[in-house]
Write a protein that binds this ligand. Structure first.
Ligand code: ZN
Ligand code: FE
Length: 254
């Protein structure tokens, strides 16, 4: 089995869709197509034909390209089975118990609710597509869940190997990192990472993918146990869930 090729497709103002190509099987999926035109351009440039659409959650900035792409390519739409009602044109509903398979390749589906109630992640080889649950140095807003749900979801993602590459739904890295630095100004991994991020963004380069290991070291939402973070919040004795909840509340107002 040849390794998957993954290509970033910038969409809208700060979204990423991803082309995932299995050359041997002749398959190409797009994860979270915000809109069709940039996805079609990227496919045409590579000479690839779209066979699947994978959706992490129902928000329009992740599904806006679904129907036009399905119309053009007749591709199969795969998404959270629990959320059929909110997915027009969903062909295959998946969850953690069903998993999925891409050609002959087993794909793990992780249920990671909190941003939305049925949000999922796809784990394909050493890559995970995290949608709007885990961002580089951040996490999604809690539209349909609680801090406890977000902590459980991020903890589940953190059980993946440290070298797992993290492909998230938005280029929010720089502003996430600025916030993270107000929480843990003395976290040297974070300071170092932000130097790289600022350099990349100054050149207009993407900061994605990240890795699970890097998120564990620098993402405040993955680090509610951090003594420095807790000192910043004045919550030395609080639970991890309460620390995450307060960190999220501060980020909402950052
Ligand atoms: Zn979203
Ligand atoms: Fe989004």
């Amino acid at each position: 089995m040849s390794p998957l090729e993954i290509e970033l497709v910038p969409c809208l103002s700060d979204n990423y869709a991803y082309l995932v190509r299995d050359a041997d099987a002749g398959l190409c999926a797009v994860v979270d197509p915000s809109e069709a035109p940039p996805v079609k351009l990227a496919l045409a440039r590579r000479g690839w034909t779209l066979t699947h659409i994978l959706n992490t959650h129902h928000h329009f900035d992740h599904t806006g390209g679904n129907l036009p792409l399905k119309e053009e390519f007749g591709c199969e739409i795969v998404g959270p089975g629990q959320d059929r009602a909110r997915f027009e044109g969903l062909d295959t509903g998946v969850d953690e118990s069903t998993g999925w398979s891409f050609g002959g390749r087993a794909v793990r589906v992780l249920e990671i609710p909190a941003h939305t109630s049925s949000h999922i992640a796809f784990v394909m080889d050493d890559a995970v597509f995290t949608g709007d649950t885990m961002f580089a140095m951040g996490c999604g807003r809690l539209f349909e869940g609680t801090p406890a749900m977000m902590w459980a979801s991020l903890s589940k993602l953190m059980t993946l190997r440290d070298d797992t590459r993290v492909y998230c739904g938005h280029e929010y890295t720089q502003s996430n990192g600025r916030f993270a630095l107000t929480m843990e100004p003395n976290n040297t991994d974070l300071v170092e990472r932000m130097r790289d991020v600022d350099m990349a963004r100054a050149k207009g380069l993407p900061t994605i993918p990240s890795t699970i290991g890097l998120e564990k070291k620098t993402n405040p939402f993955c680090r509610p146990g951090s003594a420095e973070l807790r000192r910043t919040l004045g919550m030395e004795a609080a639970s991890d869930v309460d620390v995450l909840g307060e960190t999220r509340r501060r980020k909402d107002n950052f």
